[in-house]
Design a protein around this ligand. Sequence first.
Ligand SMILES: [Zn+2]
Length: 268
Amino acid sequence: MHGRKYSLWPVIVTPYNLPPSLCMRREFLFLSILVPGPEHPKRSLDIFLQPLIYELQMLWEHGVEAYNVSCHQNFMMRAVLMWTISDFPAYGMLSGWSTNGRFACPYCQDVTNAFQLRNGRKSCWFDCHRRFLPSRHPYRRSRTLFTKNKKVFDAPPPEIDGSAILDQLRDFGAEMTAYCGGNGHEPVSGAGEVHNWHKKSIFWDLPYWIDHLLRHNLDVMHVEKNFFENIMNTVLNVQGKTKDNMKSRLDLADICSGRENMEVSPDG
Ligand SMILES: [Zn+2]
């Protein structure tokens, strides 16, 4: 919070064939790339990642000679990048799928029921999750617990595998971003309207990236901190930070049933 003018983006690699208690220990966290600030690297992040991707390709295709301390011998060490872990904004930078707007979820993509709040004007994912329940789950039929008067019969969104993602990137013309690099390329056609691809991520240069089931993770600590702060600021009614305001009350009455919501009038 106090280091804004020194902001930079460290990229840290850690070996995952260690017990969980050791993975995050300082001696196993390898600082591989420092992306200098203070300006946000945006799409040029991939340029900074090039040396790391090159070394990961080497580690996959040829390996490097390493020393095994327990058997006192040299061996060819090979390695694979399993996934990335970041906060939600960096998820967009790493994956190439922008995490802003209605299509923010890289899994639901355009098959989302996200909507814009009529008063708050923000994108909202309220009641987008009942479709993941078993088809006969009683919540799916409730007209009062979620969006008022709405039952949900939809199936969850289809799962998208690596080759389907590559097809999307090709069809929307996002592949060109990888040749041009940085922020210089043209915007991807349809971005923000029918999809959220803003580039073809450099991670697709890894030959095995297409076969991964999970490519990018969110760091729970970041997510929970924001969530916790929003709840605490609302419960404690911190002025300027509480989410309980006129607009949210109007939206609540708009979307939800329930007596306490319906009784809210525009003046409080
Ligand atoms: Zn989703």
